[in-house]
Design a protein around this ligand. Sequence first.
Ligand SMILES: [Ca+2]
Ligand SMILES: [Ca+2]
Length: 172
Amino acid sequence: MTIADSNDWDLDTDGSFTVDFWVNLDSSSSGIDEYFVSQWIGGGGYTHTWDIWKGVSDTVYFTNSASYILSSVTIDFDTWVHVAVVDNNSTVKMYFNGIEVASGSSLSINNDNLPLTIGAREAGTGGHQYYLNGYMDELRITKGEALWSSNFTPPTSESTATANTKLLLRMD
Ligand SMILES: [Ca+2]
Ligand SMILES: [Ca+2]
């Protein structure tokens, strides 16, 4: 699904941010590029906005324009995994089920006019590509707030919005 561009997805403007969701990937996803959430389009180099996706090595990238952080472990299949990307305005970290799996210096994120795309990314030739083969739940985008700073217990019930939450898709 896609949602039109909004200042709410321009994650850099308020410094810190958090993007988190649950995902249950089918085992047939192994070895395939698949996108969870993105403001990105194929082609044109790395001038786009940001994305969270799984590469062919089954590790997960958070890409922000010029660089990325990459999970140090592969993501599990056929089970629900909580994925979080948290930027506190100096460091960006990724967590699987509340355990830190990647860390790096936060980088500036471009502002583009691409739609927010969930479960795929825009293909440069039109349409979409790299479809997710699985399920997502409780996608939440929080701007201006780092929800976690170290390992945490992921939510055990529906995620809650804070005053800084810009998007919360229940997927129910
Ligand atoms: Ca924008
Ligand atoms: Ca739900």
